[in-house]
Unconditional design. Sequence first.
Length: 347
Amino acid sequence: MTHPPDRAPDPIAEGLAPGLIAGDRRALARAITLIESTRAADRPAARALLSAAAATGRQALRIGLTGTPGAGKSTFIEAFGRLLTAQGSRVAVLAVDPSSVRSGGSILGDKTRMPLLARDPAAFIRPSPSGAHLGGVARRTREAVELCEGAGFDVVLIETVGVGQSETLVADLCDVFVLILAPAGGDELQGVKRGIMEVADLILVNKADGDTAAAAQRTLADYAGALRLMRPRAEDPEGFPLAIAVSALTGTGIAEVRATIARLAAWRRAEGHLVARRAGQRRRAFEAEVRARLMDLVAGDAAARTRMERLGQEVAQGLRTPDEAAAEMIARLGAGAGGGRAGGGGA
């Protein structure tokens, strides 16, 4: 493990890095636990591990998946993941579970929903709580993806908490974005956010089997028609985005999805879109981290927390506008930074 000349080796990272790079799943799990830690003291080791993963130069195909509740996301991911491993790929699944707004806890039951894939030696499943992070992903999901790449996984599947108001954030973590839906009527079509459809590369209508097969075909036609009305995107080849009917239960359409994703990724890679896409994602990740660290500064400083609470109460009582209170808070943080207070490490 090499280090920049001005950075001393981190003993924790030194201990985990060899196993991580060798593809050891236990080392990868421990590494992800480390980067998900909210302790500022753990960040140096986390950064060292990320540097070690990046130094391998390995890249995986990153596939983001979201969908409506009950659409069968986990069932599809298990069927799709098993197809990938049968074809010789190593597959990592990063499943983000919603955290309770009251307790902060999370069920983290994805391994129990994918029992066959969980036992596959070529697969790795990691559930993570979303915490207070919006957009269906956790704050450190991007870093977890990079660790999986460093560990030699060929495909990383990122499962979000489910369709909501800001699920499009997962599109900034992946190369291909898949929206999974269950057969439904027109009301369901209206209920899916247009923003999701605008960033989705594939819409999969699941449960195209048995009694729901006919309904799935009707839903497929509805979404295919809706996609034709949307403006084409420069990074898409002819015919994309598109809708496909699948059955995770019987395996119908799973191979077609695999071939379609491979074709789309190959086209984007050949046209230079994947390089540009990831460059833009890294830039936005930097900006998001700056915003998160500003909140870390507030959370880590007693005086700042007190000021935030006071201003919040004044806004709630109508004594200040939100914009006015925010301007004062930022101004105070800026004054603190001028005195050297903002230089500390955050989570």
